[in-house]
Design a protein around this ligand. Sequence first.
Ligand code: NAD
Ligand code: DAU
Length: 371
Amino acid sequence: MSNVLVTGAAGFIGVNFVYYWLDQHPADKVLGLDALTYAGNHNSLVEAEKNPQFKFVHGDIRDQSLIEQLLRDESIDTVVHFAAESHVDRSISGPDAFIDTNIIGTHSMLKAAREVWLEGPQGRVPHRFHHVSTDEVYGSLGPEDPAFKETTPYAPNSPYSASKAASDHLVRAYHHTYGLDVTTSNCSNNYGPYQFPEKLIPLVLINILHGRSLPIYGDGKNIRDWLYVDDHARGIDLIIKQGKLGETYNIGGHNEWTNIDIVNLICDLLDRHFTQDAELKARFPSAPAANGAQARSLITYVKDRPGHDQRYAIDATKTTQELGYQPAETFETGIQKTLQWYLDNEAWWRAVMDGSYKDWIDQQYKDRKAS
Ligand code: NAD
Ligand code: DAU
């Protein structure tokens, strides 16, 4: 039995991970910590809070004394560290928060872990610090380049990926220098339920339902490698249980798509839902399919993201060979599940959009004049 602290537990992947872990490890206690920034949503954890094994704490990873207190009082033996500023566009318009949370915040987590797990009154106690990182730290690939391996040199290109890279290095250094028991995972683009609608897939889905334009950055030919969020959680689980200390592991879905292809796919799938379910026309009267048009008609090419990475692709051979990792969800089933979840959970995304997100996204639309 483990006592697990999940940071960023009210964010997209953190929420899905909490549900995954409570389901897969029912004897474990899970403590979810989150600062509830614009991206964190306490409502997403409503089902988890019905489970006596789960507890939520509203707090900041930069508050080292709070983290030390939680590690001690809750006898935490495993940290899964998701908390971060995660959106590349926001890191371009305002990098400071990324330095504060992703670098200073991760360092505060590491200092607390060292203090309690290595230098407490009982000396060294059994522990694991799992750090959640991203494929973006490896930089950008050309069309024919081999996919990122764990040995690919770091070459981060955005303030977001640079801050994640810095945090990865700190985690590595705390293992090498102080002997903290760490593992790190570098994962490709996730999609699934509870994703904040500033990210491509939920943004496109919700914009179609509102009849709002679908902004495609640049020529739409940039490539991302998409993974269903539960497959990320399963990969982290395997790494925590079987991964070698001090090692990094790639997690990915062998599922590369250009942005324009993925947007076209979502358009067509949603149009089909409208033909199969008459109620959708009444619920979303501004959607093109409610007015005899195609969702693709909303596609609008806009100014490119500055420094936009061309292609990400993950080579997860090490994770597969050492730990037996394989994604369980196919893209066909995963994207359908995701689409259905957003149709079934309108109250969730409406509540999210009523907050500061709406002002930010309106500003983005103003800034990105159609090219
Ligand atoms: P997210 O933005 O949806 O959630 C981040 C969460 O962290 C939010 O709930 C936010 O409130 C919380 N948070 C932010 N600052 C905090 C602070 N100072 N203290 C405590 N909590 C704080 O992000 P996500 O997409 O769920 O990503 C989670 C992690 O996974 C990040 O570390 C990200 O770099 C990594 N990752 C994401 C993806 C992806 O495709 N989304 C892929 C690979 C890796
Ligand atoms: O690769 C993993 C990373 O994936 C994570 O580390 C990040 O936290 C996560 O945000 C994600 O980063 P991306 O920048 O790849 O995701 P995003 O959804 O913002 O964009 C996906 C692609 O779609 C990217 O090439 C930019 C493009 N895009 C995005 C938006 C929001 C558009 O063309 N239009 C848009 O409106």
